[in-house]
Design a protein around this ligand. Sequence first.
Ligand code: 8YV
Length: 322
Amino acid sequence: MARQSILLTRRLPPQVEARARASYDVIDNPDDRILTPQELRERAHNGKVAALLVCTSEKVDETLLAQLPDSLKAVATFSVGYDHIDVAACKARGIMATNTPDVLTDSTADIAMLLLLGAARRAYEGDRLVRAGEWKGWHTMMLLGVQPGGKRLGIFGMGRIGQAVAQRARAFGMRIHYHNRSRLAPEQEAGAEYHASPESLLRVSDFLCLNAPSSPATRGFLNSERIALLPEGAIVVNTARGDLVVDDDLIAALQSGRVRAAGLDVFANEPALHPGYAGLPNTLLLPHLGSATIETRDAMGFTALDNIDAVLAGRAAPNPLW
Ligand code: 8YV
């Protein structure tokens, strides 16, 4: 039987690309430039592809799907989030859509703790001071931060990653509160206090960690009205999606000190983030590094390929989105 063809829209870790090539005719993107919808269409048609392996940089919407070849059976995203994929349109065309849950839970929760601690302990300001040669010596009141231990951590979105953040934060002595669409079982809660409304959660969040997916219900969640519910001087962490935050509102709160500090790994309109963030000393800003470990990126690629392998062999996908 002729080998099937798959399109990798971006460069992937070497072992992942090697495995893809061992099983399929691969149309790759050696320059790793973000392809336009027209380029995606042309490459998919030229190769009569059976699957697309996409990243969050590609928007797979109804318009694009309607223009892809009939040979297409699967769209596998190299991510857990799938707000860039129109799953209903995939389903309507009988194209399986899949993601890569679980394998990036630990790395993303680690980054959330790095941001939480870095924001609380003024890591950016300290690093900048040292590199700029402006550190003139130690003194008792230099760059004082706040202690996470004993404080309340409000987790908005208590799925896999939210629970992994809770587990880590407990080790730092934090008290866990959460809001989720549905309450967790007691063994998953592990003592965390459930809040039926986001507003109730915000009122107790000395630290607020956003872990919900981007959806019509969560977009623009953290706006000035909700920021006003946070305890004075709260700290905000976001490793989920940038569009959960209204940037102008968070920036104003960081400028006034109403929000003491923020640790952000994700931004609306990445990489062209709101220019207001860069000048704020009380932020720790990372370029979407949540899943960026060697181990995790390999596992994400292998998971995406497992999904493609299953669909193209007529088996059930391990991580179906419909
Ligand atoms: C990915 C992510 O690294 O999985 C997700 O949803 O946001 C990141 O972990 C990135 O989006 C690559 O596609």
